[in-house]
Design a protein around this ligand. Sequence first.
Ligand code: COA
Length: 160
Amino acid sequence: MKTAVYPGTFDPVTNGHIDIIERASKLFDRLYVLVGENPQKETTFTAEDRVEMLKNALKKHSSRVSVEHFEGLLLDYAKKKRSNVIVRGLRAISDFEYEFQRAQFNREFAKDIETIFIMTKDDYAFLSSSIIKEIAMFGGSVKGFVPEIVEKKLKEKFRK
Ligand code: COA
């Protein structure tokens, strides 16, 4: 059985992430979407909210995809899930250096875990969770860029 993990902060999940999940799920028997913390970033949504939004957005998707929160090192969690593949999305050349460094680091510490990259669909190449939050914060529409549940949660958050 081929198992992969797709980690991210997902603060919040965008349609760019959903596209990667849909495409990655066709390549593996089981895909764990892992909601984690990047210590360099403070999140807008709590871990529970981020997991809930992902679960809601993926409820009509394959039962081979599951969403979990994780703490600690990604490599340790991937091993716990018996996964030897890490999936990451690549949007543009600007992502490359950052992702290259992380993939190299991960390989150094776990030789049997491979990182694979899926190129983001053109339509989402410019998307990021930060830009979505910035638009929503100033009352702009994010329709079509994020799942409906995220649109609703962003409205609630920034109305306050
Ligand atoms: N479509 C749209 N946006 C995308 C995208 C896609 N396909 N792929 C990535 N992004 C965006 C995200 O929205 C995010 O944007 P933002 O910075 O504006 O919020 C950005 O790209 C990258 O964030 P993300 O994919 O969430 O990853 P990250 O670099 O913040 O890493 C973890 C998050 C949890 C995976 C990482 O910090 C981690 O592994 N933590 C555990 C500790 C650890 O093991 N560290 C060592 C790692 S080598």
